[in-house]
Design a protein around this ligand. Structure first.
Ligand SMILES: [Zn+2]
Length: 355
């Protein structure tokens, strides 16, 4: 089965689990405890950064996303970013750094049987499907054709920059720039879509987002922000305006809910209710089919009280159910919307299948 087919099969399993879920007569305030677990597919977990750059052991036994917390959190899938820090080396990150980080991801998966191999997406109790993204692809300005082999290895989501501007794109947090996507950046995004992967807008500037929107539309591609919240609730450049959230919804894309407290409520501390306020707003503006989870666990975040690590996701699901969100809608936000994005392929394309 192709990688896209495997993701579709995984999606079918989560939908079937939902159909077998709680009795529909449950009132919101009774819901939660007696329901089967809500699976999680998380669009951004920075474990590879911790292992490759910060000296964390391959066996995931510390931090937010550990073997035990991922299982306790009912994780079904996890996107592991090939994160290329702007300061990876004095001259900036290189394509060979992406290859080295991918090798680290292979080693992490080999060291943790709880993680299914890349490209082996399937619903298997107690095991977690793995997917790839690239965070900060500025190095590929040196040779944009090199992105093809990473997409062929299964990279699904690619951001053209991280915290600083690159030769592809200006950053949400970079020096003020007179450009959004550069001409090379536009060709890069076209190439990514044509190859069957998606652009991640989480770190790009508003100008770059505006440049990307017509390119995505021309390819019939959903716009995805893997780990960004609503700016209307927390006014940070890394968050999305309501207009951007609406564009994401109209494109069929998703915005992944980020658990970093300053992005949740604009302060240094946040709690579950602040997270719920973000979910409420994002769902109201983008639509319930267009919000997902992109925790940013292990990415140097300050998690909200009550969401200290991956094992706390069931508490968030229960709180949403108690507040009246339907089981179906919670499942969309926690896994099904993300799986739809991970399974996207261009219409009529014979894009890279991954492996
Ligand atoms: Zn990030």
């Amino acid at each position: 089965m192709s990688a896209a087919g495997r993701v579709r099969a995984l999606l079918a399993v989560t939908c079937a689990a939902g159909a077998l879920g709680a009795p529909r007569s449950l009132r919101g305030d009774e819901a939660g405890a007696r329901e089967p677990p809500v699976h999680v597919v998380d669009l951004h977990v920075d474990v590879p950064w911790q292992v490759h750059f910060k000296g964390r052991a391959l066996r995931l036994d510390e931090g937010h996303a550990r073997r035990d917390t991922l299982v306790a959190g009912n994780y079904l899938g996890i996107v592991l970013p090939i994160y290329l820090p702007d300061r990876a080396r004095p001259e900036g990150p290189q394509i060979e750094d992406a290859s080295a980080i991918l090798a680290t991801i292979d080693a992490i998966i080999a060291a943790n049987p709880v993680l299914l191999p890349l490209g082996a997406a399937r619903a298997e109790p107690g095991r977690i499907s793995t997917f790839l993204s690239i965070e900060g692809a500025g190095a590929f300005a040196a040779d944009i054709a090199q992105i093809d082999r990473f997409i062929a290895r299964g990279v699904r989501l690619i951001s053209p920059n991280h915290a600083q501007n690159t030769r592809l794109s200006s950053s949400a947090t970079g020096e003020p720039a007179a450009f959004g996507l550069t001409e090379l950046g536009k060709r890069f995004c076209e190439r990514v879509y044509a190859q069957g992967a998606l652009i991640d807008v989480s770190h790009i500037s508003d100008a770059a987002f505006a440049d990307l929107a017509p390119i995505a539309a021309a390819h019939g591609a959903p716009i995805v922000a893997t780990h960004s919240n609503a700016r209307a609730i927390a006014n940070r450049p890394r968050n999305l305006t309501d207009e951007q959230l609406r564009l994401i919804g109209r494109s069929g894309g998703v915005a992944g809910l980020n658990f970093h407290a300053p992005f949740v409520n604009g302060a240094r501390e946040a709690d579950l209710d602040d997270v719920i306020a973000q979910v409420d707003h994002m769902v109201r503006v983008a639509g319930v089919d267009h919000v997902a989870i992109g925790s940013d666990f292990d990415g140097g975040i300050i998690p909200p009280k009550g969401l200290g690590d991956a094992s706390a996701l069931p508490a968030l699901a229960a709180r949403l159910r108690q507040r009246g969100m339907s089981r179906d809608d919670v499942e969309k936000v926690f896994s099904r919307n993300a799986l739809r994005i991970l399974g996207w392929r261009p219409a009529g394309g014979s894009a890279a299948g991954g492996g």
